[in-house]
Ligand binder design. Structure first.
Ligand SMILES: Cc1cc2nc3c(=O)[nH]c(=O)nc-3n(C[C@H](O)[C@H](O)[C@H](O)COP(=O)(O)OP(=O)(O)OC[C@H]3O[C@@H](n4cnc5c(N)ncnc54)[C@H](O)[C@@H]3O)c2cc1C
Ligand code: FES
Length: 446
């Protein structure tokens, strides 16, 4: 009953519903009990009416007291049967649908081939996938944000931008993204690891959240926006997104569709080079910047009232983080994720302590799982590069300390990072793609 009441957001309707249920229940119970008694009919009717009225009153008060915002999404991913069995490694998924979202972005709807349950996930998390790309010496591993949200998902959606070669550089275009666009069709099988990542929005908080993205950085923001709309709709959300124009703008309608049912959800689209056809489809022209954020939030909110989530190109995030800091937003209220190389300054999301100095000159490195031991020196580079030089093949994707794919347990010794990685490894673990030894002997679970 409480569950049903929590879904009614209008307090009058909630109170009236509870009153009707309360009155009906007490009238039936009182009628039954009094009918068995020896009282005459007139008294029975009278008591039944009083009991019904009392039930309605109590029900109305109870209905008013139920707070729909107390209905929360599980803070951590719910344990599904499959998760209890321990989905920790690769699991095969079938591409159930492939949908073109814009000139550059295509979505892939993935369902588990074993038809088992799917664990929920925290909005903002990503999936790690593995592709057998012809001519590549080893499987290609990449991470993609989950771009949709449901408390009990029956599919996962990835939305992938086709990466061309950088301008004026004679290098091949992106391997995985082009393979996904060109060679992966409905029915294809893709091995995936469980949802992971720490760039997440805590839906249970009430503080306003400003989700700011450009380009394909929109993907984790969709899942964050939908999660709040479903589980905590009273929380104010601003969804600010920058695109070149309508041809390059994915999910335009999907986000606009949230707003009519949710007065606390504000969408603002800004196009840098709109086409005449785009008239009416966007809100302003230029680049998404801190002045836009200020103009939307003030005077209703101060800079420090909200928390801010950023995902997009590195220059976009650098400029927004600087602008938000100048505006007076505390660093710990700005969270960001980079899809490519890390942004220049230290991560502002909650971070574990990461040593950035103290790399030793030489060290004995033990790769415990494979039973190999070798002498590392400064010229050998990162521990991932060193492992590869020993003929080992630890998993990796970004090779930049972002995606956590290379995370491994440090069984003995310590590691150091030249720059704090933007991904946050678990306690006792290291991101070996950017780590070097900080002790004379380091034992890695590789
Ligand atoms: C946490 C996280 C979440 C992500 N979520 C998404 C998402 O939701 N959607 C999405 O589309 N992406 C996402 N990404 C990015 C994604 O993981 C891939 O990095 C991206 O798809 C590019 O992979 P690729 O194999 O196509 O390109 P790669 O082959 O890795 O190449 C990347 C770029 O480098 C260029 N290049 C190739 N060779 C060279 C060279 N020798 N010198 C210089 N440049 C070169 C390529 O042309 C290309 O532009 C995410 C990344 C992270 C870390
Ligand atoms: S490979 Fe991405 S964090 Fe190391």
């Amino acid at each position: 009953m409480v569950d049903i009441l929590e879904r009614i957001h209008n307090p009058l309707a909630r109170s009236a519903t509870a009153a009707v249920v309360g009155a009906s229940a007490t009238t039936i119970i009182a009628g039954g009990l009094l009918g068995l008694s020896l009282l005459d009919n007139r008294l029975v009717n009278k008591f039944s009416i009083y009991a019904g009225a009392a039930g309605a009153g109590v029900g109305a008060l109870f209905g008013a007291a139920v707070n729909p915002t107390t209905r929360k999404a599980p803070k951590t991913a719910a344990k599904s049967p499959k998760q209890k069995e321990g989905w920790t490694d690769w699991r095969d998924f079938v591409v159930a649908r492939k949908v073109t979202e814009s000139n550059e972005i295509t979505s892939f709807y993935l369902k588990p081939q074993d038809s088992g349950a799917l664990p929920s996930f925290q909005p903002g998390q990503f999936l790690t996938i593995k592709l057998d790309v012809p001519d590549q010496p080893r499987p290609v591993i990449r991470t993609y944000s989950l771009s949709d949200y449901s408390v009990s998902p029956d599919y996962y959606r990835l939305s992938i931008k086709r990466e061309g070669a950088p301008k004026n550089q004679d290098v091949p275009p992106g391997i995985a993204s082009n393979f996904m666009h060109d060679q992966i069709h409905e029915g294809a099988i893709i091995p995936c690891k469980p949802p992971a990542g720490k760039f997440v929005l805590d839906v249970q908080r009430d503080r306003p959240a400003v989700l700011i993205s450009n380009g394909v950085g929109i993907t984790p923001m969709i899942s964050m926006a939908k999660a709040v709309a479903v589980t905590n709709p009273n929380r104010p959300i601003w969804f600010l997104h920058g695109a070149r124009n309508g041809d390059f703008h994915a999910f335009r309608e999907a986000l606009l569709a949230i707003a009519p049912n949710n007065p606390n959800f504000t969408v603002h689209y800004r196009y840098s080079r709109p086409r005449p056809d785009d008239d009416g489809g966007y809100h302003s022209t230029g680049y998404v910047d801190v002045d836009l954020v200020k103009s939307l939030l003030t005077p209703r909110f101060m800079a420090s009232d909200a928390e801010y989530f950023l995902c997009g190109s590195p220059s976009f995030m650098d400029s927004l983080r600087d602008g938000l800091a100048e505006w007076g937003v505390p660093r710990e209220q700005v969270y960001f994720e980079s899809f490519a190389k890390p942004v220049s300054q230290a991560k502002t999301a909650p971070a574990v302590a990461t040593e950035t100095d103290g790399v030793v000159e030489t060290a004995e490195v033990v790769f415990a799982q494979s039973g190999k031991t070798a002498q590392w020196s400064a010229d050998d580079g990162t521990l991932l590069e060193f492992a590869e030089a020993q003929g080992l093949s630890p998993d990796f994707s970004c090779r930049a300390g972002i995606c956590l794919t290379c995370m491994c347990r440090v069984k003995e010794g310590e590691v150091a990072y030249e720059e704090p990685p933007s991904g946050t490894p678990d306690d006792g673990h290291a991101l070996i793609c950017v780590a070097k030894p900080r002790a004379g002997r380091v034992v890695l679970d590789v």
